[in-house]
Design a protein around this ligand. Structure first.
Ligand code: GCW
Length: 713
């Protein structure tokens, strides 16, 4: 028998290849870093104990960049081109709040950027914030130094910016190592335990720090028996992961099981009002923070898709969340409590139950009852991360609760990283959506704690921020599809500043990721990537489920078309197509009444077919196939037209990418090119399948021919 030694190629550099640091690395850089390790006087609560590590990281970053690109590390008084200085950033923060309203979490992240005659000074209160400032300069490249004089304060719009990993320690028999993961195994776990070598986790933390993300939940919200033990027996292993994330200022969170007092603690109950249960959670939290002083908090999926929760004891979700909140409060921890609660065992014959209503029905009545360190985490849509959904009305219905917006970076329903689908335009629409109409607050204001009627406590805490399911795995390109890296990057950037233009964010990602050794990007590469990605989410929408109706995917793995796949299942995701029409009647007049969960004007705009936006028509209404859309075509003709056009757009995408070989030979690394081509081929195959199945289904159901006589089967 011969044994072969397989040398794994190093993970791809993603948006931090050496060339991305060329502009800054050519400069003379100084660091002024007095001891940042003690809690600063003006910081109200305990400061996370990571300053020493992050300070060391900053020195290493600067040393490495200057060594690579010919710059130098100099003294602060030796007229450096760039001075990174740890000191107090007084004045007003850029988000307009007064200094005395700035929360601890803002202080952790904000920095000041001053450019004076081509010399740059970055100042921050904490080492982590200074690191954000460093990566800001990296991102700006040459323009950091060549722009006009400036004095800017930068602070994230959301104090809490989290990536959730749905990683299992043990490979789950159905869901695998990473639930809804399309990028190989977990970067944290292999062979049923925490990986020995966690260097890749530190590289991940570096990538995240460069986008502005500084919190990661390291295990699946579906907490199975093995993973539950991360909270107790395996705490030393969790501490190793936290240590690997810490050098880049990234803090660790854990998903925990509501039943832990029973399954791990041997108690007879997990009743949130039981004194022994409360004591158990307090002791568990004490141990966590004793082991990991900068630990962030817990994430909980309770009474959801089979996970245990407070309902078993006749308690509600405020009782459940407050139990954990009380345990973590002494440590400055937070509890992310998910609002994804619905009946996943409903009878498809029952037309009175509407899954879209569930989160609001369960949570809105509890507004005002959640402890101040509870964040209710709400999926952007009322159903489940579909390609197109109305915004969740929960986001407009709980002014006295810290709310977080939950997004999915992993492309469960948007092509599973086999399809190129740049999601930032979709996230940007969600963040900018105005639930109270033109001129009213946007979702991004609500989750920053500044929605209408927000309680003082919610505003003071800066709201609940944003969270998303990561798309990262141990794949060489981190995200399976190399172009899906743009989604991870964009999530971080929008979490910092949700008003950024998605195309501009894509441009940043291109500039960093495709930077040659001198820092420059081939102009054709830039053009082609915009052509491939800018409109890719709308393209994906055009060849999949139409007009906001959702799903129509293969049950279980959720990839590829299956129009009736969920129609007669208990999951509550139906389209109700018959020979005459399609769509879900969610009106107050004749349907489930879901429209009534929105404030004006949307409760009325959605209620009326005449004012309901086309792209959400079938989400709110059951209409005949002959119904004429605002666009002027009938529903059924819209289905045919968009599905034919969608496939043509995918063909154009493939051609655009392939043109790079001639237009910019050698500009894209061969392995990236090969992986992208392989994925594009699958995208085209899959888009054709979607087109043909959808068109055929609608033709057979409706009997209405395509007005343009194209081939339908
Ligand atoms: O979208 C669904 C997924 C489940 C997931 C669930 C959730 C982790 O199909 O895999 O479970 O949502 O968000 O909890």
């Amino acid at each position: 028998m011969s044994s072969e030694i397989v040398v794994e190629p190093a993970p791809h550099d993603v948006w931090l290849p050496d060339g991305a640091l060329a502009a800054v690395g050519r400069r003379r850089i100084a660091l002024a870093l007095p001891d940042l390790s003690g809690p600063a006087q003006r910081i109200p609560r305990a400061h996370p104990d990571n300053s020493a590590e992050v300070t060391a990281t900053l020195r290493a970053e600067v040393g490495r960049a200057t060594a690579e690109h010919g710059g130098a590390v100099v003294d602060p008084d030796d007229s450096p081109d760039l001075l990174l200085e740890a000191s107090s950033v007084l004045d007003r923060s850029s988000n307009g709040r007064n200094e005395d309203q700035v929360s601890t979490l803002d202080v952790e992240s904000r920095f000041r950027f001053v450019r004076d005659g081509g010399r740059v000074t970055v100042t921050a209160d904490t080492a982590t914030a200074l690191l954000h400032g460093w990566f800001h300069v990296v991102r700006l490249g040459e323009t950091a130094f060549t722009g006009p004089d400036a004095d800017e304060r930068h602070a994230p719009a959301f104090a809490l910016r989290v990536l959730d990993h749905w990683d299992n320690v043990d490979v789950h028999p159905v869901m695998g190592q990473v639930e809804r993961g399309y990028s190989g195994g977990s970067i944290f776990y292999a062979d049923g335990r925490v990986r020995e070598d966690l260097s890749r986790v530190t590289t991940y933390a570096r990538l995240l720090a460069a986008t502005g993300i500084d919190r990661v939940c390291i295990n699946n919200v579906n907490v199975h028996a093995r993973e539950a033990r991360l909270l107790t027996d395996d705490l030393p292993e969790v501490a190793r992961i936290a240590a690997a994330l810490r050098p880049y200022g990234v803090r660790t969170h854990l998903a925990v099981s509501f039943a832990a007092p029973m399954t791990l603690g041997g108690l007879a109950t997990s009743d949130p009002l039981d004194d022994d249960v409360r004591a158990w959670w307090r002791a568990a939290a004490d141990r966590v923070w004793a082991t990991i002083p900068d630990f962030g908090g817990f994430v909980v999926k309770a009474d959801s898709e089979g996970q245990p929760g407070p309902f078993a004891y006749g308690r509600d979700h405020a009782d459940g969340a407050n139990l954990l909140a009380e345990a973590v409060a002494p440590h400055g921890g937070v509890v992310h409590w998910r609002a994804f609660v619905y009946d996943h065992t409903q009878d498809w014959r029952d037309r009175t139950t509407d899954r879209a209503r569930a989160a609001y029905d369960h949570f809105a009545p509890l507004d005002g009852r959640f402890a101040e360190n509870v964040i209710v985490q709400v999926k952007h849509g009322p159903i489940d991360f579909q390609t197109r959904e109305a915004i969740s009305p929960v986001l407009a219905g709980m002014p006295a609760t810290r709310l977080a917006l939950e997004l999915q970076v992993t492309q469960e329903y948007t092509g599973q990283q086999r399809h190129a689908c740049y999601l930032a335009p979709w996230w940007s629409e969600n963040l900018g959506f105005r639930p109270w109409g033109e001129g009213g607050a946007a979702v991004r204001d609500v989750v920053a704690g500044r929605g209408p009627g927000a309680s003082a406590a919610v505003t003071a805490a800066g709201g609940g921020g944003i969270a998303a399911v990561s798309n990262v795995g141990d794949d060489r390109f981190w995200t399976g599809h190399p172009l899906a890296q743009a989604n991870l990057y964009a999530f971080g950037r929008l979490a910092w500043d949700p008003t950024l233009d998605p195309a501009a964010v894509l441009d940043e990602w291109i500039s960093l990721t495709f930077a040659g050794p001198d820092g420059a990007v081939h102009p054709r590469v830039r053009e082609v990537l915009h052509a491939v990605l800018d409109e890719s989410w709308r393209t994906y929408e055009s060849y999949t489920a139409p007009l906001g109706v959702g799903f129509m995917v293969r049950p279980g793995h959720h990839y590829g078309p299956d129009v009736d796949g969920y129609e007669y299942t208990p999951w509550g995701t139906y389209h109700f197509a018959d020979r005459d029409g399609i769509g879900v009647d969610r009106t107050r007049a004749t349907g489930t009444g879901f429209t009534g969960q929105y404030p004006a004007p949307w409760r009325d705009l959605y209620e009326d077919r005449a004012t309901c936006p086309d792209e959400l028509l079938l989400f709110f209404h059951h209409v005949p196939y002959s119904h004429v859309l605002h666009s002027g075509v009938t529903v059924v003709q819209h289905v045919y037209d968009t599905h034919f056009a969608g496939v043509e757009r995918v063909r154009a995408t493939v051609a655009a990418w392939e043109s790079l070989a001639d237009l910019a030979p050698g500009a894209v690394p061969t392995d990236v090119d090969a992986r992208v081509r392989e994925r594009l081929a699958e995208q085209l195959r899959s888009a054709v399948e979607w087109r043909d199945q959808l068109n055929t289904y609608f033709l057979r159901k409706s009997g209405v021919a395509d007005a343009r006589g194209r081939t339908i089967y």
